[in-house]
Design a protein around this ligand. Structure first.
Ligand code: ATP
Length: 503
């Protein structure tokens, strides 16, 4: 699985999907650039989300707020005081780690040990193996489970209490060693704020510290009144936004899974107090259905309901996707209560309420948030679509089986040879179809190589223009997944392809 993931990362680079940022300077940690194919896929993901959230819901509207916001925003939201990760350094390797991640990895190690015992026994006993019974009776499994549960409890208590000394003590008691140097030489744990700071204004005028937003949500909350009033919105209603967010992540790993500059697609749904948990359940279902509509198989998704809630939430659940490195969060659904709006009312001195014409009362709406990372969605799609397929002739082809609507290029048009008017005919086909979907012209190398190149970037359709085309206006249409080829009229291409590739 790790190997597959490495292959996907290099495939992303080789085929113009994702490059390390500032590549000629050897990259910048946890920052990436999207290439010529990556940007198309990313735009399609955003469009697919925007259409289903904004265009298909009568009571959801979009905004595009600025990345820079008044600094008080982040005081009010709690980010200045509480958007921290617990940091620990190893003195020998001079490497920095998140104390919580080190402990979570340790919990995962107990889990791994349990799974190994189970796999061993399952192999030995075959069909007669009863996993449940084995878990309840095997002394080694019981010991690992007991250690795992005790550690989990101690860790949760320490995190809930914000007890940094206890986090360090857990690391020492568990004998956790530095992954790089293998030593125990740990510093104390301290809090590290994840927001990037910069200055606005020249020194002559006086400058002030502002932050790069760590989430897009606050741009929605500070615009709640503007949108509600100008749009005459009635509860329940939602405001959606797609935009960049920035976090100074300490542990940057797993490619575009955890970046310092990334993109979010968020929707805040404002509801009447008391109805929020019902809406929370509705949005959980709606969002899960959206993911599953891509056709990657329901078994690759799961909910992870949070026991430990952020200070502003009264319910929270993640949608996790089965990545090559395990089930990982792609989207968070949070019931944020009226915390954000109340805090902004308090700090701004403005009345941020909703007048309910049905009950004649004013109140601060409650909020359900759906928050998904574009880049994590991108990664989940790449991971699921990448296939090394054994062909009947013994060759292997690398194919990206992207959902057709998300593919960067929908149709590649290829002249069989670079002469006798075939390139001109191919260009003519493209010039008509390019208004309907993304088409690319390709004339380099043999047809076989060109098909492979399109397979590797996930192009669902290829058309070959040959000498017969000049006579009868037909072309060979090839489908990426089946590799089936059929002869069709040029005039029918739009009809055949458009429906299948439109979002
Ligand atoms: P994690 O626990 O993985 O750090 P989070 O719970 O802090 O994530 P949220 O604050 O709920 O994440 O953000 C909502 C979504 O934004 C996440 O589900 C994820 O898809 C995306 N996201 C958050 N942080 C990053 C990041 N550093 N890089 C890429 N995407 C991110």
């Amino acid at each position: 699985q790790e190997d597959v993931f490495k292959k996907i990362v290099s495939h992303c680079k080789e085929y113009g999907f994702v490059f390390p940022s500032s590549d000629i300077y050897d990259g910048l940690g946890a920052v990436y650039d999207y290439g010529q194919n990556g940007v198309e896929l990313k735009n399609n993901i955003k469009q697919y989300w925007w259409q289903s959230m904004v265009l298909l819901h009568e009571n959801i509207v979009g905004i595009d707020a600025a990345i820079f916001m008044h600094p008080t925003t982040w005081k009010a939201s709690g980010h200045v005081d509480a958007f921290n990760d617990p940091l620990i350094d190893n003195r020998d390797s001079k490497k920095r780690y998140r104390a919580d991640v080190l402990i979570e990895d340790q919990i995962a190690k107990y889990e791994e040990k349990i799974n190994k015992e189970i796999a061993k026994a399952a192999k030995k006993f075959g069909d007669s193996f009863d996993e449940q019974k084995f878990r309840e009776t095997n002394p080694r499994v019981l010991e690992h489970q007991q250690k795992r549960d005790a550690l989990h409890q101690r860790y949760s208590d320490a995190m809930n209490a914000g007890d940094l000394n206890e986090l360090k003590q857990i690391i020492l008691d568990e004998g956790i060693v530095c992954p790089i140097s293998g030593t125990h030489n740990w510093t104390d744990v301290r809090q590290f704020n994840l927001m990037f700071k910069t200055e606005v204004g020249s020194t002559a005028e006086g400058s002030s510290t502002i932050y790069l937003r760590p989430e897009t949500a606050q741009g929605i909350f500070v615009n709640y009144l503007n949108v509600q009033k100008t749009g005459r919105m009635k509860l329940p209603f939602g405001i959606a936004q797609i935009g960049k967010a920035f976090r100074n992540e300490i542990v940057a790993r797993q490619f575009i899974f955890r970046m310092r500059e990334f993109e979010q697609m968020e929707m805040q749904y404002f509801v009447k107090p008391g109805t929020e948990l019902q809406w929370f359940e509705t949005w959980k279902k709606t969002r899960m259905a959206w993911h599953q509509a891509l056709g990657f198989g329901a078994e690759n998704y799961r909910f992870h309901d949070h026991e430990k809630l952020a200070h502003y939430a009264n319910a929270a659940s993640d949608i996790e996707f089965h990545m090559p490195f395990g089930f990982k969060e792609v989207e968070g659904i949070h019931s944020r209560t009226n915390f954000d709006l109340s805090q902004h009312a308090k700090y701004s001195g403005k009345k941020i309420e909703y007048f309910d014409p049905e009950t004649n009362e004013s109140y601060t709406p409650y909020v359900i948030e759906t928050s998904i990372g574009v880049d994590r969605m991108f990664l989940s799609i790449m991971c699921h679509s990448y296939e090394e397929e054994k062909l009947e002739n013994g060759e292997t082809r690398v194919v990206l089986k992207l959902p057709e609507a998300l593919a960067p290029v929908k149709l590649a048009v290829m002249p069989l040879v670079k002469k006798d008017g075939l390139p001109e005919k191919a260009h003519e086909i493209i010039s008509n179809l390019r208004f309907h979907f993304n088409c690319k012209y390709d004339e380099k190398d043999s047809i076989g190589k060109r098909y492979r190149r399109q397979d590797a970037i996930g192009t669902p359709y290829c058309v070959t223009v040959d000498y017969d085309t000049l006579k009868d206006n037909t072309v060979t249409l090839r489908h990426r997944d089946t590799m089936e080829q059929k002869r069709v009229n040029i005039a029918d291409l739009q009809g055949i392809i458009e429906d299948r590739v439109s979002i």
